[in-house]
Design a protein around this ligand. Structure first.
Ligand code: PEP
Ligand code: MG
Length: 536
């Protein structure tokens, strides 16, 4: 074994996005954009810079996937909020320059967001820093365009703004190492979605001159000037990962079968139409969950636009089933103007179908659009957060009313099969009491309610272990109850996308799983490997 040269240095940070890259370190001079060079700008220039920043972000939004659009949308909305511009204008009127005034105002909000006990706001403080930097750069006439990285490059920076991440053309040999940051920050979420390996919190790393490095986004490490052994280890792991990716891509387009040849239906979860363009329909047996919250993000869409949206998904799916979930606002999905502010515990409050009942006009528009779409394809309607059998009767009555309204207008429609999300333990234990056509286990919520551990609180994440005997028994009970009445049953929470938990789900008796497209290859391989020794 070779003795490591004295120069090799290992920095342990936190894993933020998996993957392994060896490349040349490219440093991003953070601070240049957060501290504009000297006082700059009049009130008119600030107004123009804010408007230009919003317009650049809007332009970027047209090229982004749904998750990223949500992040940018928040920034665009906040930029047009007078709580930012007005106090800055007042400060400029008393002689402060525009860049100092902008920074002073936005820094107060950044400090508030950072101090919040609510994860939602804490995660957004990075978005505020992003807005601060963009406007300051525009005022100073700085280049805020995309980063242009050479082949095989490790970007080393204090932090990275989400919008700059989104504007940058990332390649398969690029990775990111941040001195600060957090795995839950928005830029980390974007890096995972874009599959750019990322490590955060590597600390005070100083690089002078040319330097190579290895980023291991799964382990959370940065190695500067790796020695021969480390480079050889990198090459071996990289080759193994590449082989796995090839296997997963091949598995994705084959129907899923267990090792003993039993067929498992693999469906997709989608949150927006945009996602479908990049998905090969051959990888799935249908769509098991259309989350409709993003469709409502700009305000409730009218019946015609909802219909057009559902019909486009049906066209993509052909004859295969498409399960559309009615609006599931509330809890971890607040919706301004729709959800109720100030609830002590929003996860146990008016969310999901409870909110739909509280806003019947909104609900009826969605039901009419779904009834019309059902005449055009294999559509099924799924209702979230069902707790009591009476709620299903109420939904059926509203569907009947909506159908009668359409009939009176002479509009073609059809009554779709109606299903429920099993997210509430009481509903799980009493599945036999619900008059429904199918059911889908929402394991994200079912786990949090069963374990009394909030899904958005990292401090209690270890408790949301699906292997807990209580949760396993609950799953078995649901499967047995569905089987006893031949009720079609699927599972569409994050558990279905985690290959390590596939044996648990299959052992419990589940044979229909719904997941994001990116997980299909790995999950189908995990299905093929179960039960261990089953193919012998
Ligand atoms: C779930 O709870 O598992 C689920 C699929 O719904 P969501 O994650 O959208 O609440
Ligand atoms: Mg849920």
């Amino acid at each position: 074994m070779n003795a490591p040269p004295a120069r090799a240095r290992l920095f342990a940070g936190q894993p933020a996005a998996p993957g392994l890259v060896l490349g040349r370190v490219v440093q991003l001079a953070n601070g240049a954009r957060t501290s504009a060079p000297g006082p700059a700008g009049s009130e008119r220039e600030l107004v123009q810079a804010v408007a230009e920043a919003a317009s650049q972000l809007r332009d970027l939004m047209t090229r982004c996937a749904a998750e990223a659009r949500k992040i940018l949308e928040f920034q665009v909305e906040f930029l047009s909020d007078p709580v930012l511009l007005e106090p800055a204008q007042e400060a400029i009127a008393t002689g402060t320059d525009a860049s100092t005034a902008w920074r002073a105002v936005i820094d107060v909000h950044i400090a508030d967001f950072e101090a919040s006990t609510d994860d939602y706001f804490r995660h957004r403080s990075g978005d505020l820093r992003d807005m601060r930097a963009r406007v300051l750069a525009l005022l100073a006439g700085d280049d805020i365009g995309p980063l242009r990285l050479p082949e095989r490059a490790i970007l080393l920076a204090d932090d990275l703004e989400p919008s700059r991440f989104l504007a940058t053309p990332w390649g398969t040999n690029h990775a990111i190492a941040l001195r600060g940051g957090s795995p839950t920050a928005h830029v980390a979420l974007l890096a995972r979605a874009r599959r750019v390996p990322m490590v955060v919190g590597v600390g005070d790393v100083a690089v002078h001159g040319e330097c190579t490095a290895i980023v291991d986004g799964s382990k959370g490490t940065l190695v500067l000037e790796p020695d021969e052994d480390q480079v050889a280890g990198f090459a071996r792991t990289r080759a193994r990962l590449a082989a796995t990716q090839i296997d997963e891509a091949a598995a994705a387009v084959r129907p899923a079968r267990t090792a003993s040849g039993e067929r498992v239906d693999v469906l997709l979860n989608i949150a927006s139409l945009g996602e479908l363009a990049a998905i090969d329909p051959a990888i799935c047996d249908g769509i098991g969950l259309v989350r409709t919250e993003l469709l409502f993000a700009q305000g409730p869409p009218d019946e015609e636009s909802q219909l057009a949206y559902y019909e486009r998904i049906l066209r993509w799916a052909g004859a295969r089933p498409v399960i559309v979930r009615t609006l599931d606002a509330g809890g971890d999905k607040p919706m301004p103007g729709v959800t109720i502010d100030g609830e002590g515990n929003p996860f146990l409050g008016v969310r999901g179908v409870r909110l739909s009942f509280a806003a019947p006009d909104l609900f009826k528009v969605q039901l009419r659009a779904l009834l019309r779409a059902a005449a055009a394809g294999n559509l099924r309607v799924l209702v979230p957060m069902i707790t009591a059998a009476e709620e299903v009767q109420r939904v059926r009555a509203l569907l009947a009313q909506a159908a009668a309204e359409l009939a009176a207008r002479g509009v073609p429609h059809a009554m779709p099969p109606l299903g429920i999300m099993i997210e509430v333990p009481a509903a799980a234990l009493a599945l036999d009491t619900f008059a429904v056509d199918f059911a889908s286990i929402g394991s994200n919520d079912l786990l949090q309610y069963t374990m009394a551990a909030a899904r958005d609180n990292p401090a209690v994440t270890p408790l949301t272990d699906p292997r807990h005997p209580g949760f396993v028994r609950l799953l078995q009970t649901i499967v047995q109850s569905a089987a006893a009445r031949t009720l079609p049953l699927s599972l569409c929470g994050d558990l279905a996308a985690q290959p390590e938990h596939i044996p648990l789900l299959l052992s419990a008796g589940l044979r229909t799983l719904s997941m994001p497209a990116a997980a299909v290859g790995a999950v189908k391989r995990a299905i093929a490997a179960w039960p261990a020794g089953g193919g012998d």
